[in-house]
Design a protein around this ligand. Sequence first.
Ligand SMILES: Cc1cc2nc3c(=O)[nH]c(=O)nc-3n(C[C@H](O)[C@H](O)[C@H](O)COP(=O)(O)O)c2cc1C
Length: 501
Amino acid sequence: MFGTYTMIYISQALDILSALFVFVMGLAALSIVIMFFLDRFQSRDAVRHNFPVVGRLRYTFTRLGEFFRQYFFALDREEMPFNRAQRDWIYKSARGRDNTAPFGSTLSLTPVGTPIFVNCAFPTLDEQATDPPPITFGPQCLHPYESKSIINISGMSYGALSKPAVKALARGAARAGCYINTGEGGLSPYHLEGGPDIVFQIGTAKYGVRNGTNAFSETKLREIAARPEVKMFEIKLSQGAKPGKGGMLPADKVSPEVADIRGIPVGEASISPNRHAEIDNCGELVDFIEKVRGITEKPVGFKTAIGAYGWIEELCHEIKKRGIEHAPDFITIDGGEGGTGAAPMPLMDNVGLSIREALPIVIDILSQTGLRDRIKVIASGKLVTPADVAWAYCAGADTVNSARGFMFAIGCIQAMRCNRNTCPTGITTHKKRLQEGLNPEEKSVRVQHFVEKMHKGAGIIAHSCGVPHARALQRKHVRIVQASGNSIPLSDIFPEIEAPF
Ligand SMILES: Cc1cc2nc3c(=O)[nH]c(=O)nc-3n(C[C@H](O)[C@H](O)[C@H](O)COP(=O)(O)O)c2cc1C
């Protein structure tokens, strides 16, 4: 009896399934016929016209390829902007895992520009090694800032980044003892979580320090400066990924809260001017630095990408003319390879020098003009591994900033969606559903581990070169591979310059 009913049910289920199958197949066939005619009788797309239906696969595969390449096809050292080896080093470091590698390096040592550190015959013993000494920004200010970390979180605005991402980075900076730069979107409550050291960035739109008429507000600046967490102010002239273009936040990322903090309309793209209205020459830059420092009584510097000839020299001469106390307390040099939330590709690809060239050039100008000791130099631009950071210290940096290194540390998978509000890891999207996987507290521990491993890794390179810590590295400690295949010391390419008397 039971067996008969079961058979009836199975045969009815099979009938339904086969009817469904015929229906789905019929629908698919009909769709293919419709697509065939749509493709054949359109002239906008030659591939689809000449190869109806099949031509569409090209677009599907192109889209999917973006995701699958990194898993199946790309070699460890192949992808851009960051390859798997670099990302894996950061992921493992951030998880606090062992990040030793087996068998041998997968890095080719022959491409032009490859840095090769000069190991010494008698490396530094562990007991001779020391922590890098702290650096002091603006010692003459009423509130100077002492910074210990050899790597810090570069400017990324709340808006470009999500709420949980900013929380994770802020709490992580506090745990790690590094600073976090707000980027140009103003100071959000999330930057204050955990009580990290904060560098407030004044972007060209003056978000966070402007009044109702969008003009620079001294009152707002004073309020921000009164916060003990805010240690320094960075005037953004430009960033490496888009020199000559202001910040760009696409409309769908301008949530009510982002709009409120910036003082702009909800859901309208946030486009900053290409430069500060009041800064059109070196004299006006020094004036603005003086003004901000006068109001805040804290160290003030500026961030720039390097391209045009002569202006850093002109700036130095202007400072010398007015007196050394008028100098910026720091200059952040951002390389053309630097990251961004959104930028036009022509600027991103081909405008502005790489940090590898820009950093030693600026250091040398400061040395030639006798301002090297007065002005601290911060370097950024794809400096995400111990070797990158050690190179920057060899070249002369006082400290290093990283944006994307820290994004990887909190889980970025390089999905390249920062400009679309669809980031699958929740880091650069304001969609609640996508943010659910980003736990600020857990990820803040990863920030801490990443900083610790960076200190350890850069230290290992320094010890191999025979110096006690990364800040003691000099240009002679790194050689750069040339077109001939041989390497020459960085100190031959950019000879160390003695300060004038
Ligand atoms: C998502 C994102 C947002 C950014 N927002 C800003 C910003 O608001 N202001 C700024 O000066 N730079 C901004 N940058 C640039 C970084 O601060 C930094 O200069 C650049 O990414 C170089 O560092 P990296 O190569 O380690 O990423 C942003 C970068 C990223 C990836």
